[in-house]
Design a protein around this ligand. Structure first.
Ligand code: GTR
Length: 335
């Protein structure tokens, strides 16, 4: 008798268990939420980070909350190069980075960050939003990334704690931090300065302790990192415009249905305008704050000095592969 009761109990328990797990399985497809991670080097309120949040909101809305993208700002998941590596092997799902460090993985991107390449911001955006931009987004797939969208990053300029830069001669011997990018090392060396590649997050203390004399960046980065407090000379020389790019891990995207992949691609594109508005507003705020702080700003180079800077860049153009040189010509031809 006892045995029979025991047996019945076991059967009952097993059946309930099976029912419970059956229910879980049956319910799973409708409720399953997918949580993905996005790595961002900038602070929470920086324009690129705001673009990332907007992208995440669009994806969440369009999947009725099924796909959540958590934004890890302020390099919580590592500095740009490390984040890129992790995205490449699928440990992080997305990252928003400058194309400078990404070009180490996908060298074709270098053609898009050549010095004095774009006539102005409008020219760059006509390139990014046209067929070349699409081609370049698609090109990073070979390296394990899905290029999703371009974000704005203005123009980059030199700053340092030693002297105002007005001529190429003023660059001589300055130790200038650059991104982890072969092209940027070449650019700074071509101007007679000493290039020091270093992760973004280390630049403030390197400036403060005098390990480096200066760096180069746009108004918003110079401001939001507080570099302007430890390197007061800023020259609006605009040597490069380096697009920001939002990429997904190919491994992570391949795990999603084609419909979800499409939602993500479209949401990323739809976040561009928002990011550009944020960029424009924050570029003004940072410029105003820095000027108000009393930094020594050189408001552009004289035409003659500008030509000197440009002329020094010729070797970088001469070294381009035939494919990269052809891409540069196409970019230059865009109106
Ligand atoms: C900023 C860019 C960052 C990072 C940084 C740097 O302009 O938004 O992604 O690349 O420059 O200089 O490291």
């Amino acid at each position: 008798m006892k045995k029979t009761v025991m047996m019945m109990l076991i059967v009952l328990l097993a059946a309930t268990g099976a029912f419970a797990s059956g229910q879980r399985e049956a319910a799973a497809p409708a409720q399953q939420t997918i949580t993905m991670r996005l790595a961002e080097t900038h602070a929470q309120d920086y324009p690129t980070t705001r673009g990332n949040y907007h992208f995440a909101e669009l994806v969440e809305e369009r999947t009725n909350g099924r796909i959540k993208i958590e934004v890890y700002h302020s390099a919580q998941l590592g500095e740009e190069r490390a984040a890129i590596e992790q995205v490449q092997f699928g440990a992080i799902d997305f990252t928003r980075v400058s194309i400078s460090p990404l070009a180490a993985f996908s060298p074709g991107l270098d053609a898009m960050q050549m010095p004095f390449l774009y006539r102005d911001g409008a020219h760059m955006w006509n390139v990014l939003l046209g067929p070349i931009g699409d081609e370049m987004l698609a090109s990073v797939e070979d390296a394990g990334f899905i290029g999703l969208a371009w974000y704005d990053s203005g123009a980059r300029n030199f700053y340092n704690s030693v002297r105002p830069i007005r001529t190429v001669a003023d660059m001589q011997g300055l130790r200038i931090r650059v991104q982890e990018s072969r092209l940027m090392v070449g650019l700074v060396e071509a101007l007679g300065a000493v290039a020091t590649p270093m992760p973004f997050g280390e630049v403030y203390s390197a400036l403060q302790t005098g390990v480096i004399d200066g760096a180069e960046n746009n108004w918003p980065s110079y401001y939001s990192t507080s570099h302007y407090e430890v390197a007061q000379y800023f020259t609006l020389n605009g040597h490069t415009r380096v697009p920001e790019i939002l990429v997904a891990s190919k491994i992570a995207m391949d795990r999603l249905s084609p419909e979800d992949q499409q939602i993500i691609r479209q949401a990323a594109r739809d976040s561009i305008d928002f990011q550009r508005e944020q960029w424009e507003a924050f570029e003004k705020v940072s410029e105003d704050e820095i000027r108000a702080a009393g930094n020594q700003i050189v408001d552009g180079l004289t035409p003659e000095n500008y030509q000197q800077f440009r002329a020094r860049m010729q070797p970088l153009y001469d070294e381009l592969s035939p494919a990269a040189a052809a891409m540069v010509e196409r970019i230059q031809a865009v109106q």
